[in-house]
Design a protein around this ligand. Structure first.
Ligand SMILES: [Zn+2]
Length: 317
């Protein structure tokens, strides 16, 4: 079973996205790149370079539904008749379903000013441009096998970066396609999301993420292919580095909280003073996820001030 990695251009500051072609029967693509002409061209060239074509793709497995990973799924489905797979916790966004209304109460609880809630809405709608509408999407679940003529990959549900993020693990050589769950040079953003089980609550992204990383560690992968940037060859070291960076950020965040308390929005402005535009949403996501983790660990206390959550450093006596 030959696995090819290709870098596909994106519209993001992050640069290209890694997609993977599993050149076996049935021909399978893991992630697609965004719905922009340069990405489609690069994807066509990628298949051509291995003597295949986009029209031959039989399966597309989407690790999660961020547009840089999933935006071309509809185009590929129409060109090839491929079956598209994604975890149901990723929601219905590939079919034009707008769930921003679920985000509004989460943002209000975090103390985000109304004009910023509207600005984030515009950003959310803007991102939909990079996703082509898809027909049928089949669900994948933890433990499912993606079978090939010879060999298989196991679906490992690794919530954190998004609720329905999945990795693919091949037990025979302990390699993993981890997408944005494992990135060599950056810690993945625990993106603010409604909880798929109860959308009136927010998903505890960072708490879940750290559990997912521990699950990956228990599989002892020898090679982890990320969604952006180079492979991770020493997952054990990577795991400890993520824990160290998480702890460092926890300490910094708790130190920045006003003694009298403040909202997650206030804290995000202090933790990431220079973040602009869509990075402001990611900065807020990171802050909220860290506050949830800090509250769980007893480092901060959360109280309600009207309809807004207010965080204060926990007393260390
Ligand atoms: Zn992502």
């Amino acid at each position: 079973m030959k696995v090819h990695q290709f870098q596909i251009p994106t519209h993001l500051y992050l640069g290209p996205v890694n997609v993977h072609v599993i050149d076996a029967e049935p021909l399978t693509l893991v992630d697609t790149g965004p719905n922009i002409p340069e990405a489609l061209e690069a994807l066509r060239d990628a298949f051509h370079s291995i003597g295949r074509s986009l029209e031959e793709v039989q399966r597309v497995v989407l690790t999660h539904l961020h547009e840089d990973h999933s935006g071309l799924a509809g185009t590929i489905q129409r060109a090839s008749g491929a079956t598209i797979f994604a975890h149901p916790w990723e929601g219905d966004r590939l079919r034009g379903f707008d769930d921003y209304h679920l985000y509004v109460p989460l943002l209000e609880r975090a103390g985000v000013p109304q004009e910023v809630v509207e600005r984030f809405r515009a950003g959310y709608e803007e991102r939909q441009r990079f996703v082509d509408e898809v027909g049928e999407v089949e669900g994948i679940e933890d433990g499912d096998l993606i079978d090939f003529e010879r060999g298989s990959y196991e679906v490992i549900h690794t919530p954190g970066h998004t609720p329905g993020s999945c990795c693919l693990f091949r037990a025979s050589d302990r390699t993993m396609i981890a997408s944005d769950t494992v990135l060599k040079n950056i810690t993945p953003n625990p993106v603010l999301s409604p909880d798929p089980v109860d959308p009136s609550r927010r998903f505890p992204s960072l708490i879940e993420y750290l559990v997912s990383l521990s699950r990956i560690r228990a599989l002892a992968p020898t090679l982890v292919r990320g969604g952006h940037g180079p492979d991770v060859l020493d997952f054990e070291a990577h795991f400890h580095e993520v824990l160290r960076l998480t702890d460092e950020r926890q300490r910094k965040l708790v130190g920045l909280l006003a003694p009298g308390g403040g909202s997650a929005w206030d804290a995000s402005l202090k933790l990431f003073p220079t973040a602009k535009r869509e990075h402001r949403f990611l900065a807020l996501s990171e802050t909220i996820a860290h506050l949830d983790f800090a509250a769980e660990e007893g480092r901060v206390r959360m109280d309600w001030e009207g309809a807004v959550e207010r965080y204060t450093p926990a007393r260390t006596s």
